[in-house]
Design a protein around this ligand. Structure first.
Ligand code: AMP
Length: 584
């Protein structure tokens, strides 16, 4: 990806926002976050709570009757909630948790589709001082089990269909005390199991006023599990103070203004869906659309038209799918309300940035961050010329670097490890139960992001790739180990190696190489059966899209599967140094 083939997109000069420091200035390190902390409302007792900053400060002020949430259900249902109503619903849920004995620091997990009740429960959890753990509703039983066991969650809020999907793992969740079932509009005909609690019945009994627990800015608020190369996914824990960076980047990187209608297409099971599908718009008092339905090009354009969306934050795979659907589809809709579009999660190819200009009248503004950073770190701002293919420049108050393996900064134009100077406000503050893994991410005075990148002479950052074996499929990180572990649970599979195979739409798809146990023969039927087996355990997005049978897997002398070699062979690339390869 080079800048030379795509012209820089110049921007007209625009006014700087009230709270925005001069984003054009070179030395962003002079910026002082303290200035922005004073823009938060803080709790009467001097503490900080994300729910207060996102909901109550508006409900208690002039935005009480302003619409916070426009919900469109998958069957076309519509519900609107003002900040005042959001306060009431979230207060009630906090009271439900209190009545169940939930205390500061307890983990309460959410395994739900994008229903308004997911958002009420989420902020109710924060108000009660507990830690919210949202899980992607497409997950199969295994990822839910791993995350629930590791976090020791005491309460699970879910839906009838999703509860049935994971029924088999419930007896293994020894810390779980309560399951709260949301049967939205009685969508599910089966009665709620007597051992579970009915969300609406509990909410009906709960008082509608709650005094938020006086959490400090350093208390934990949210945890999201993220995949690494080895071991199971790790729970990255965030503190309430992340609110300040989510608030600031809502203005700087997403250009949020008072009268916007904002739509973030990410699911709250992933960090974008909480930091930018909850915190950024609502700390800025902005109305946002939550669309429960899945991806369909025409349905998405229709959402923009119908709800008069002005700011749209989406992901490269979705943009590539929109491109594939054709340029004539957006022409059938009135998209004239759109004013700013942004993208995150994977590399945004320059063609997609430029396509935005021709098809919807404006380029997509790429930005970079990750679960651990909690908020946007590098962005193409509204006020900045876009170099298509670049992730933009670091936000004020954040120092990014490109270093070699000795942690020395490399010159502009040279590839290296993308690193961040620690202690930005939304920095994660631990991997749950895994301090050694957490500590291993900080080296030579930097936080190691796991990405490779380079910076050009003008300070624009360019993504190069991952420095580990983690797969990014459609913007979701997949740890190869997790898929390999599921594969070898199938009786036919002796060993398995998993790689990311390049894909024109999803960037990478999961590909597995499998060696069979004695007594099993390769066949299409067996391949399909293994794929189905993993899909049901994990989820469709994570299960291998392709499986190749091979006699044995290349391993190092210490027995580690050489995924790098599998990938090189798959792509027809040089195999590199294979001196550590096991000799059979
Ligand atoms: P996650 O922690 O699941 O949000 O994934 C974060 C990872 O996604 C980053 O470490 C990158 O590898 C990738 N990523 C996120 N944003 C971008 C971007 N704008 N360009 C390239 N890769 C990205």
């Amino acid at each position: 990806m080079t800048a030379s083939t795509f012209k820089t997109i110049e921007k007209p000069a625009i006014d700087k926002f009230d709270v925005t420091p001069n984003l054009d200035r070179d030395n962003v390190r002079e910026f002082d976050w303290q200035d922005l902390y004073s823009e938060l409302d803080w709790l009467p007792g001097g503490g900080l709570n994300k729910a207060h900053e996102a909901i109550d400060r508006h409900a208690n002020g002039s935005k009480r009757d302003k619409i916070a949430l426009i919900w469109e259900g998958k069957n076309g249902e519509r519900e609107d909630y003002t900040f005042g109503q959001m306060k009431e619903e979230t207060d009630k849920f906090a009271n439900v948790l209190k009545s169940l004995g939930i205390e500061t620091g307890d983990r309460v997990f959410l395994f739900m589709d994008r229903l308004p009740e997911l958002y009420f429960a989420f902020f109710g959890i924060l108000k009660a001082g507990a830690i919210a753990g949202p899980l992607f509703s497409a997950f199969g039983p295994d990822p839910v089990k791993d995350r629930m066991i590791d976090s020791g969650a005491k309460v699970l809020v879910t839906q009838p269909d999703l509860r049935r999907k994971i029924a088999g793992i419930i007896p293994e969740l020894f810390d779980l005390q309560h399951i709260i079932i949301v049967n939205k509009d009685g969508r599910d005909p089966a009665p709620i199991d007597t051992q579970d609690l009915d969300y609406y019945a509990e909410m009906g009994k709960a008082p509608s006023e709650f005094s938020i627990v006086n959490t400090s800015q350093y208390d934990y608020s949210i945890m999201h599990y993220t995949s690494g190369t080895t071991g199971k996914p790790k729970g990255a824990v965030h503190r309430h103070q992340a609110a300040v960076q989510q608030y600031a980047t809502g203005k700087w990187a997403l250009d949020l203004h008072e009268d916007d209608i904002y739509w973030c297409t990410a699911d709250p099971g992933w960090v974008t869906g909480t930091s930018y599908g909850m915190m950024a718009p609502w700390t800025n008092g902005v109305t946002q659309l939550i669309y429960e339905g899945g991806f369909r090009a025409s349905a998405w354009y229709e959402q923009i038209q119908k709800h008069k969306v002005t700011v749209w934050y989406t992901a490269p795979t979705a943009i590539r799918m929109l491109m594939k659907a054709g340029d004539d589809v957006p022409k059938r809709y009135d998209l004239s309300t759109l004013r700013f579009t942004a993208s995150v999660g994977e590399p945004l190819n320059p063609e997609a940035v430029v396509w935005g200009e021709s098809a919807i009248g404006m380029p997509f503004h790429d930005n970079w961050w990750q679960t651990e950073t909690g908020a946007i770190m590098c962005a193409n701002y509204a006020s900045m010329a876009i170099k298509p293919g670049s992730m933009g420049k670091p936000i004020p108050g954040v120092e990014l670097g490109i270093v070699d393996d000795n942690f020395e900064q490399v010159p502009a134009g040279v590839d290296g490890n993308l690193v961040v100077r620690p202690n930005w406000p939304s920095m994660f503050h631990g991997y749950w139960n895994n301090s050694s893994m957490y500590n291993s991410r900080f080296k030579g005075g930097w936080y190691m992001t796991g990405d490779n990148a380079r910076v050009d002479e003008e300070g624009y950052f360019w993504f190069v790739g991952r420095s580990d074996d983690v797969i990014n499929t459609a913007g979701h990180l997949v740890g190869p180990f997790e898929v390999e572990s599921a594969l070898i649970e199938h009786p036919a599979v002796a060993e398995a190696g998993v790689i990311g195979k390049p894909d024109p739409i999803a960037m990478e798809v999961v590909k597995a190489f499998v060696a069979l146990n004695d007594g099993y023969e390769e066949s299409t039927q067996l391949r399909n059966e293994i794929m189905r087996f993993v899909r049901e355990k994990l989820s469709t997005g994570v299960a291998p899209r392709e499986i190749d049978f091979i006699p044995s897997l290349p391993k190092t002398r210490s027995g580690k599967i050489m995924r790098r070699l599998l990938k090189a062979r798959e792509l027809g690339l040089p195999e590199g140094d294979i001196s550590g390869l096991e000799e059979d």
